[in-house]
Ligand binder design. Structure first.
Ligand code: HEC
Ligand code: HEC
Ligand code: HEC
Ligand code: HEC
Length: 206
């Protein structure tokens, strides 16, 4: 199902809800479409606007992940890279997380308000354990090429994707281990459902 179709469906349902017609039918469809976000930590914003803190059907930020609506962070990061860890064998692509990790960090580095989207500036920044901060050296490496040829202690890339984990341009990113659309029923902290017993050993041979 295409994103536009999906978002269109939500908007259409919102219209139905607002018009007060077909309420129960709309609720059934709405429940299906939003079952994962609804009630999860990523239920941000109100009512039928479940998606808008992150996605928009129009005028999205072309530099970010699917139809991205959240204000980007302009923070400078300290990466978990070879300069930090001499035992790291794989390549970290620069000091600026890109793509999907930048999308997560637009809320989770604690510098941009959660409600800063669609041109609104807000101060409700994440803190405590919910913010990873801008010093990423106490966090699992991201923006890093998954390259078992550089270190034999790693499962082949096909094994990783076969276990249900996603690599982005061949790299490990936040969304490799997390799925934001996971609902409140998912064990742990929004981890992707994986087919191996353990998240870490889906990649690490330890
Ligand atoms: C907290 C932020 C956030 C919220 C809220 C959110 N999304 Fe997403 N969405 C993302 C991110 C990040 C990605 C990229 C995920 C990936 O590539 O693994 C994504 C990807 C997608 C995609 C394309 C990839 C896929 O998984 O199919 C669709 C479609 C989508 N979202 C729909 C929605 C809808 C509909 C809602 C509201 C019910 C919603 N999202 C709410 C962050 C969010
Ligand atoms: C629009 C802002 C926003 C974006 C973008 C966003 N998050 Fe969140 N995230 C939140 C909020 C708000 C919470 C709940 C914080 C709380 O409970 O105090 C949260 C909670 C979490 C949690 C903790 C869940 C739990 O069970 O306690 C994880 C893990 C997480 N997010 C990962 C991600 C990842 C990975 C991405 C990118 C793919 C992402 N988030 C994108 C706002 C965001
Ligand atoms: C290698 C896998 C992996 C990667 C990559 C990863 N995480 Fe996590 N993350 C986890 C696991 C596992 C937990 C649960 C840890 C726990 O509960 O002790 C977690 C927990 C979290 C939490 C919840 C912390 C809390 O105290 O509630 C947040 C927020 C979070 N991650 C955000 C991110 C962001 C943002 C990124 C990218 C910058 C990221 N994660 C990258 C595996 C990962
Ligand atoms: C998607 C694959 C993947 C998953 C899942 C994963 N890792 Fe990693 N991990 C990597 C890669 C790639 C590196 C970088 C290895 C290198 O360059 O030698 C790494 C590096 C590390 C390092 C740093 C090693 C160093 O030399 O500095 C530690 C520690 C680590 N991971 C622990 C974990 C733990 C704990 C988990 C489970 C919560 C986990 N990893 C899940 C792929 C993964």
């Amino acid at each position: 199902m295409s994103l536009l179709y999906f978002l269109g469906e939500i908007l259409m349902i919102r219209k139905i809800l607002l018009s007060g017609l077909g309420l129960s039918a709309a609720l059934i469809i709405y429940g299906t479409a939003s079952a994962a976000i609804l009630g999860s930590p990523h239920e941000i914003g109100n009512g039928p606007n479940l998606c808008v803190a992150c996605h928009t059907p129009h005028n999205a930020n072309a530099n970010a992940k699917p139809l991205w609506n959240h204000t980007a962070s302009s923070a400078a990061y300290t990466m978990y890279d070879n300069a930090f860890s001499s035992t790291l064998d794989m390549a970290v692509a620069g000091n600026t997380p890109t793509g999907i990790s930048a999308a997560c960090l637009s809320c989770h580095d604690g510098t941009v308000g959660v409600s800063s989207y669609g041109g609104v500036v807000a101060n409700d920044v994440l803190d405590g354990g919910k913010s990873v901060g801008t010093d990423l050296t106490d966090d699992h490496p991201i923006n890093i090429a998954y390259d078992p040829a550089a270190d034999p202690d790693f499962v082949a890339a096909t094994g990783v994707t076969g276990a249900g984990l996603k690599l982005y341009n061949g790299q490990v990113e936040c969304a490799t281990c997390h799925d934001v659309h996971n609902g409140p029923g998912v064990t742990g902290k929004l981890e992707r459902p994986i087919t191996t017993a353990d998240l870490c050993t889906a990649c690490h041979i330890k």
